[in-house]
Design a protein around this ligand. Structure first.
Ligand code: NAP
Length: 273
């Protein structure tokens, strides 16, 4: 499967490349080897230098939680465009990682405004009002059905119900931390994944990413290593047998990206779906 040419359709008629790169440093390498979908921040220089035409790649960015006040939304987008040295984005998401989010942080320049006890300082802003301000960026009055939902999703966090719900509404799920994240979760060490990888002469990461794409998700692996960035692009069609065997692997329900633990004050529990 040539991932550069492989896309998922969404409810707004857009086709989304189903392999996305989440990284800061590696965009140029990625453009060179063929990535065409970026989840990004602080990478304007790389975009400014590439000769790949702008309409040949896809850029996603996010509204950070300290800009949830409706009046902060437009300026935040402008700041992002200036930082990226681009004049438009293809997709703009509200940043929200867990079931306790979307959560407005204190408005201002601090990314994580903390109180003396080390708890994040929140503000009483309804995400519905933030969303309306996001919609206004496109049209003064529109009722936009969200096209993409980005959530943590990997072998240990299948989110089957959410995935089925999203497919029913043509809403694309982007799987972040598709390799289990940077803290060595062990998904690439699963014996079955290793066995399939060895048999097919692929890497465990390629098996997991191919499985994610076959499940109908966009996958957004992150790597700072040029060889792995390139290899992660070379996905393939898993057989039905291998696909189903991976689906049957133990469902551990582990979430790796868990901001509540860092910010304290909020219970560290979750349901898969
Ligand atoms: N919306 C959100 O709240 C949110 C939260 C977290 C992440 N994200 C998005 O998801 C992206 C990826 O998430 P992530 O970094 O948490 O997880 P990930 O892509 O699952 O894992 C990244 C880790 O896997 C390693 N890796 C990459 N390719 C590999 C390969 N072929 N073989 C072995 N190891 C490999 C990387 O190391 P090397 O660099 O050494 O290759 C890195 O340590 C982020 O960049 C971001 O765009 C979104």
């Amino acid at each position: 499967m040539t991932i550069q040419n492989h896309t998922l359709g969404s409810n707004n008629g857009e086709q989304f490349p189903d392999l996305e790169l989440g990284t800061y440093e590696a965009v140029l390498t990625a453009l060179d080897v063929g990535y065409r979908h970026f989840d990004c921040a602080c990478i304007g220089e790389a975009f400014a230098m590439t000769t790949v035409p702008r309409n040949k790649y896809y850029v996603t960015s996010k509204l950070w939680n300290n800009c949830y006040r409706p009046e902060d939304v437009g300026p935040a987008l402008e700041a992002t465009l200036a930082e990226l040295k681009r004049n438009y984005l293809d997709l703009y998401l509200m940043h929200a990682g867990t079931q306790f989010w979307p959560q407005a942080f204190k408005s201002g320049n601090e990314e994580f405004p903390m109180d003396a006890q080390g708890r994040v300082i929140s503000e009483d802003v309804s995400f519905v009002d933030t969303w309306k301000a996001m919609e206004k960026l496109i049209l003064d009055n529109c009722k936009t059905v969200p096209a993409v939902n980005q959530v943590e999703l990997h072998l240990y966090l299948l989110r089957e119900k959410l995935l089925q719900f999203s497919k029913k509404h043509n809403n694309i799920i982007t799987a972040y931390s598709p390799l289990g994240g940077p803290r060595s979760p062990g998904v690439t060490d699963e014996p079955l994944i290793r066995e399939i990888a060895k048999r097919l002469h692929k890497s465990p990461a390629q098996v997991l990413l191919s499985w994610g794409v076959r499940r109908g998700t966009v996958v957004v692996p992150k790597s700072a290593n040029p060889a792995r960035i390139k290899a992660n692009l070379e996905l393939f069609e898993l057989s039905k047998e291998d696909f189903e065997a991976i689906n049957e692997l133990s469902r551990k329900k582990i979430r790796y990206c868990f901001p509540e633990k860092l910010w304290s004050g909020v219970a560290a529990c979750f349901e898969d779906d």
